[in-house]
Write a protein that binds this ligand. Structure first.
Ligand code: ADP
Ligand code: MG
Length: 224
């Protein structure tokens, strides 16, 4: 419970201050990127520095976007959403990245299941969680979903490097990352999205064996 409070307090700080900065950073970032691209087209030989600059600018942009998701709960538009389709799209979107990392990504597509939710936010949530599975060096990632007892559950199971209990407790904490190029914001954003959808998320993980992320949301039964 103490852990939870600390995370929420940090989130409030991130939400109000850093996200304001993130917003301000975007315009100068866009203009910088334009200049680097211009240098790139103007130079006769390929210059690796241009590529590195673009990559680093992309990284700042990524951090800014994640901070903005945290700060803008009001932009969320809820409607009847076909989660089966959203997941299919995400699997499709990440298939090349999974393949490049040596992970097989499988989704047993069930019949259409609906949530009352924000399609883009749900998409972002699934991307964040599945990307983590890919980045955990999983060779197999299996995504399943089902409707049970008024809940829609989604399970993302990977056989990657797994996590210790201490690490699991810190998931969702802003900037908590074990990756050289991680932002440590993916799960902060994800937890916020789960909360907005009145859902739950929990992690079942064993070091050296893998991780299963369990997501559950209230199911939309009525088809309006
Ligand atoms: P990032 O991916 O940028 O590091 P996240 O918030 O997405 O930030 O994840 C935080 C940390 O949680 C990761 O750095 C990693 O150590 C751990 N983690 C998350 N998902 C998994 C997973 N499926 N397997 C192993 N570790 C994970
Ligand atoms: Mg991540």
């Amino acid at each position: 419970a103490e852990e939870k409070l600390r995370t929420t307090e940090k989130l409030a700080v991130v939400g109000e201050l850093a996200a304001g900065i993130a917003h301000e950073i975007r315009n100068p970032l866009t203009s910088l990127r334009g200049f680097v691209q211009l240098f790139q087209t103007e130079s006769k030989e390929e210059n690796p520095i241009h590529r590195i600059m673009l990559e680093e600018l992309e990284r700042i942009n990524m951090i800014a976007s994640e901070l903005l998701v945290l700060s803008r709960p009001h932009d969320v538009i809820f409607s009847k959403t076909n989660v089966t389709n959203v997941l299919s799209d995400v699997i499709h979107l990440l298939s090349a990245e999974a393949k490049a990392n040596g992970s097989s990504l499988s989704f047993k597509k069930p019949y259409p299941l609906y949530l009352y939710g924000d399609k883009n936010q749900l998409k972002q949530l699934f991307i964040n969680v599945i990307k983590n599975a890919i980045e955990a060096s999983a060779s197999a990632i299996i995504v399943t979903m089902q409707a049970r007892d008024g809940s829609l559950t989604v399970k993302i199971k990977d056989d990657g490097y797994g996590m210790s209990e201490e690490r699991i407790e810190r998931l969702g904490e802003p900037f908590f990352s074990q990756k050289e190029k991680g932002t440590g914001l993916g799960l902060t954003v994800s937890h916020k999205i789960v909360e907005q959808h009145e859902g739950t998320i929990f992690y079942d993980s064993t070091v050296g064996e893998g991780t299963t992320v369990h997501l559950a949301f209230p199911l939309l039964k009525e088809v309006p």
